[in-house]
Design a binder for this molecule. Sequence first.
Ligand code: 13P
Length: 306
Amino acid sequence: MPLATGSEILEAARAGSYGVGAFNTNDMEITQAVLEACESSRSPVLLSLSEGALKYGGKALVDMVLSMGRDASVPVCVHLDHGSSFESCVRCIRMGFTSVMIDKSHEDEETNIAETKRVVEVAHAAGVTVEAEIGRLGGVEEHVVVAEEDAILTKPDEAERFMEQSGADYLAIAIGTSHGANKGKGRPYIDHKRIREIAALLPHPLVMHGASGVPTYLVERLNAAGGQLKDASGIHEDDVREAVKHGIAKINTDTDLRIAFTAAVREVLLEKPKEFDPRKILGPARDLMREVVLERLQVFGSAGKA
Ligand code: 13P
C-alpha cells in the first residue's frame, strides 16, 4: 500500500490517546525488525532516517526502506529525523519521504518560524507533512528554579505562537528527555505539567525525542558480553505512558535498538568464535531488536491500532 504521511498516522494517535513509535533505521536488519514487530502487533509506525543514516546508506538505503515500507501490511511513514536545512528536507521529499523534520530549534524564534514555514510550503505542496522543534533537549533536575528550566524546556505560549505562525503539523517539545544512553541520574525527570499545558493549547500531535528506555537487562547483556556502557539510564515506561495520555503521539527510539543490536552481536562473537557467516551474526541481532520493538509498542499503546 502507499506510504502514509506523518499526519495521517499521528493525528489518529493524538485523537485516540495512544503513541506511535518512530524508530531510527540504518540498515535492512533494523528495518525488518521494526516492520515485523509492527505487523505482528498491528501497529502503525514511522521509520526514521537521520542525515547520518542517509550519509551512511545513501540512495540504496532509502530505496530499500521506502520499498519495505510500501510492502508492509500496516500504515508506514518514512520520515527524515532532524533535517538541518531546507535543502536536506527538499532532497528527502523528492526521494519519496512522506514526512520531514526541520530542526532549527537552536536558532532564535523568528528564524525557527521562518525556516520551518519555508519547508512547510514545499512539503505540503508535495503532500508531505512536517515536524518542527522548539526548546532544547537535555536532562533537567527536578525542582530546579523555574527560570533555569524555562531556558531549556519548551514554553507553552511560545509553542502556541510557533505552530500558528509556522504551519507545522506536529511539534517536538523539550520536556526533560535527551538523546543517547545516559539520560541523567536515577529516573530522569519528565515535566508532565508542561506537557499538559502545551497539549491544552495545541491540538497537534506532540513528539517526544530521546524516549529510549535503556532497559537494564539489555545493558547487562551488553556489558556481560564485553561492552562498556556505563551510567546508562533511560526514560521510565510509566513516564512514557503518562506523556502519551496527555498528548505525546510520536515517540522516538534509536538507542534501545542500538544497544540490543550490539548486545546480540557481541554475544554471538563471544559464544561462537568460529562463526563467520554474517547471517548467523546479524540474525540474532534482528531477533532481539524485534523483541525490543514489541515491548516498546506495548508501552506506547499502538498495538491493535492498525
Ligand atoms: P533515543 O536516543 O532516546 O533513542 O532518542 C532517539 C531520538 O530522539 C531520535 O530523534
